[in-house]
Design a protein around this ligand. Structure first.
Ligand code: ZN
Ligand code: ZN
Length: 148
């Protein structure tokens, strides 16, 4: 079994695309690879990284690929309140984020206790719930040092 932390190769990305029955295209592989390398990147950053590889790719093409990969479950879109949408390749584990109030730096926070307890709200209002979003806020180390 490959470790989750192993650096994926282009053929891994191709396998992921085939695994969700998506055609393998260079923009899709480039976007997957960019988000793996830059977790929590916003769309503009993803476009910047993808263009280092594929110079001619349009904003719209990258937007479309991000949407398709998110719907397919290969990427997760997070939208911390007050922040632009960001994308990450760590999907399916309902982890949370800590966001710096000053510079927007974002990091992963595992669920506090056991398997996603926050998916079991005390009242579900009849909804079938498959996701919960908790955002921790504060100042990142850089910003809290700068403020002192
Ligand atoms: Zn900060
Ligand atoms: Zn994350």
């Amino acid at each position: 079994m490959r470790q989750a932390s192993a650096v994926p190769t282009p053929s891994d990305f191709e396998r992921m695309l085939r695994g969700v029955e998506l055609r393998v295209t260079r923009p899709r592989v480039a976007v997957l690879s960019a988000v793996h390398d830059h977790p929590h990147a916003d769309t503009d950053s993803v476009i910047g990284v993808v263009r280092e590889d594929l110079g001619g790719v349009s904003h719209q093409a990258v937007h479309d690929v991000l949407r398709v990969l998110t719907i397919a479950g290969l990427l997760r879109r997070i939208e911390p309140p007050g922040s632009v949408a960001r994308y990450e390749a760590r999907v399916g584990d309902n982890h949370h984020h800590v966001v710096c109030r000053s510079c927007g730096a974002t990091a992963d926070v595992d669920c506090a206790v056991g398997p996603a307890p926050c998916l079991n709200p005390s009242v579900d209002h009849g909804f079938v719930i498959d996701e919960a979003e908790v955002v921790f806020r504060g100042l990142c180390p850089d910003c809290s040092t700068a403020n002192r």
